[in-house]
Design a protein around this ligand. Structure first.
Ligand SMILES: [Zn+2]
Length: 303
């Protein structure tokens, strides 16, 4: 059975066509959703719909036999209606229904799921691990929990919104309205901010990673801070859910080795003794296909 999976990011999105684990098609589209969402909510919805519809049409032209469409979207998705209630990184987006209009247009079932939860499900499917926590380190920090083979969205689609766990009292202001959230430190933008605070220079996280690998003190410290805040947040989460597998994905996971030591130190120190040394933390094996694959499989589950 052929299924279409879409992974939406802040500045681009990717469309894949899958048959089981096999990826038959993949295409990346540039689309600045942050810019689209600076307009009025109705207009933003129309722009997002038309942008996604163009890409779906392209995939369907090659794979007209596709049976369903899954979309991973960065926001709080109502688990019943699949309406995107809001998105901390796309502030103008309110109560947007993508599933209804797209399903009508293409006469196919469409599901919408939080991007990190879709990636968690994709990773679980790819690795055959039935319970895991997925941490997506990208522009922000997303999280997803798969429990005994089922994605766990929570009552309001907010479960595992770990990027907004507060890790620094009175810390940097966040798009969610609070201060000191994990994603202000452990995301690509967080690493960039830590480096800028120390040096006055604004560099993208990728450039900070290059400097850190060369031993630059401020850059090393920016990644240490990302790792330590992650370790603190994960220790809290593991004490709540006691899941043995944690998967690190997202664009910044390519620099995981730069934050891993600080992460493990903080995690082990903060955990209760019975959990120390028992958490398997690894970089995503489905890599940047996890979100598309998970969204596609979740669509397939509805059939
Ligand atoms: Zn926040």
């Amino acid at each position: 059975m052929h299924l279409i999976g879409i992974d939406v990011g802040g500045t681009n999105f990717r469309v894949g066509v899958f048959s089981g684990l096999d990826k038959l098609f993949e295409k990346r589209f540039e689309a600045d959703f942050s810019a689209l969402c600076r307009t009025m909510p109705d207009e933003a919805q129309a722009l997002i719909l038309s942008t996604l519809a163009t890409a779906i049409s392209e995939a369907l032209a090659d794979f007209p036999e596709a049976k369903g469409i899954g979309i991973g979207f960065p926001g709080f998705i109502d688990p019943q209606s699949m309406v995107i209630a809001s998105s901390p990184n796309l502030p103008n987006l309110l109560d947007v229904d993508l599933a209804g209009p797209l399903s009508e247009k293409f006469a196919l079932p469409v599901i919408v799921e939080n991007d990190a939860l879709a990636a968690a499900y994709g990773e679980s499917f790819f690795c055959g691990i039935s319970s895991l926590i997925y941490v997506g380190l990208g522009t922000g920090v997303g999280g997803g929990l798969v429990l005994k083979g089922a994605p766990f969205p929570g009552e309001h689609g907010v479960a595992m919104e770990i990027g907004h766990l507060i890790v620094e009292e009175g810390g940097r202001p966040c798009g969610c309205g609070n201060c000191g959230c994990l994603e202000q430190y452990a995301s690509a933008s967080g690493v960039s901010k830590s480096y800028q605070e120390a040096t006055g220079r604004k560099l993208p996280a990728k450039a900070v990673a290059v400097l850190a690998a060369q031993g630059d003190e401020a850059a090393v410290s920016a990644f240490d801070r990302a790792g330590a805040t992650m370790g603190r947040a994960l220790a809290h989460i593991l004490k709540v859910v006691d899941i043995p597998h944690v998967v690190i994905g997202g664009g910044l996971s390519g620099s995981w080795q730069l934050m891993e030591q600080a992460f493990r130190q903080r995690l082990e120190a903060d955990l209760v003794p019975v959990l120390r040394g028992k958490t398997n933390v690894a970089v995503s094996k489905a890599k940047d296909s996890a979100g598309m694959l998970g969204a596609a499989q979740l669509a397939g589950n509805q059939l």
